[in-house]
Design a protein around this ligand. Structure first.
Ligand code: ATP
Length: 247
């Protein structure tokens, strides 16, 4: 059985400030319906790769200088993030980015801005609360006063409100206690399985990511050094030694 490819990144190079070469020819493909993990240490280029895909590099003085990126076969390099959302691709940025002065529910509703019909947004809100009961409990709280875990949930929930086909999820484990990390990954897995949302996940936490992803790419200093099905990567001696801390 062949899986349809949604996203294809082909040999991209990214340069910051006209001189700093950060991605040195990165290629990856994301099949529809799966969880694909982009792994690697601090500064390997994971965030840069996601920002290249969603065309968010411009404001950081970064530029894709080589290669191509396509979604469902169409070049997407020139699309702005709002157009990309209309195509079904949404990014959840590292560090959560909720609107601190809005309530949790208001934050979620900002994610439904592509909707026109009010009833649909209400249905989507119920769908999000179904995955994140904690957000329902906190719906009237100002987002800035909720915990780190709740803010991460809020950011993912807001992305879900746009009914995406694919979520680019940057470092969901960042700054969270292990138990909470596990809880969030369980929910991401449920969203993937039950809503059919394709996930491209950037993670430093190789151990957790490889337990939930179907396929992984390992990035080191701007190059993909290894890729394979997640269960094979977990058994690979180099991955064990350098990324899982066992040998
Ligand atoms: P992290 O987990 O820390 O986010 P990462 O794998 O996502 O790491 P990137 O954030 O993509 O890595 O950074 C890759 C490299 O690019 C790093 O060396 C970083 O210092 C550099 N870099 C990132 N943003 C910029 C920028 N705006 N200008 C110059 N260099 C940058």
């Amino acid at each position: 059985e062949t899986q349809e490819t949604l996203l294809e990144v082909n040999n991209i190079e990214v340069i910051y400030n006209h001189v700093i070469l950060v991605l040195k020819g990165v290629s990856l493909s994301v099949p529809k319906g799966g969880i694909t993990a982009l792994l690697g240490g601090n500064g390997a280029g994971k965030t840069t790769t996601l920002k290249a895909i969603s065309n968010l590099l411009r404001s950081e003085r970064g530029e894709v200088t080589k290669g191509s990126i396509s979604y469902r076969g169409d070049a997407i390099a020139e699309l702005n993030p709002a157009d990309l959302v209309k195509r079904g691709v949404i990014q959840v940025m590292e560090g959560r980015h909720c609107f601190e002065h809005l309530t949790v529910e208001e934050n979620l509703l900002t994610g439904a801005y592509t909707r026109t019909d009010g009833r649909k947004a209400a249905d989507d809100l119920e769908m999000v609360y179904n995955y994140f009961p904690r957000l329902k409990e906190r719906r009237k709280s100002q987002a800035g006063y909720t915990s780190g875990g709740e803010q991460q949930m809020c950011a993912i929930g807001r992305a879900l409100m746009s009914r995406p086909e694919m979520i680019l999820l940057d470092e969901p484990s960042m700054g969270l206690a292990p138990q909470l990390v596990e809880q969030i990954f369980e929910i991401v897995k449920a969203i993937n399985e039950q809503e059919g949302v394709t996930i491209l996940l950037a993670e430093q936490n190789t151990n957790v990511a490889l337990r939930y992803a179907h396929y992984g790419y390992i990035l080191e200093s701007g190059r993909i050094v290894m890729d394979g099905p997640a269960d094979e990567l977990r058994e690979n001696p180099d991955v064990k030694e350098f990324y899982l801390g066992v040998s």
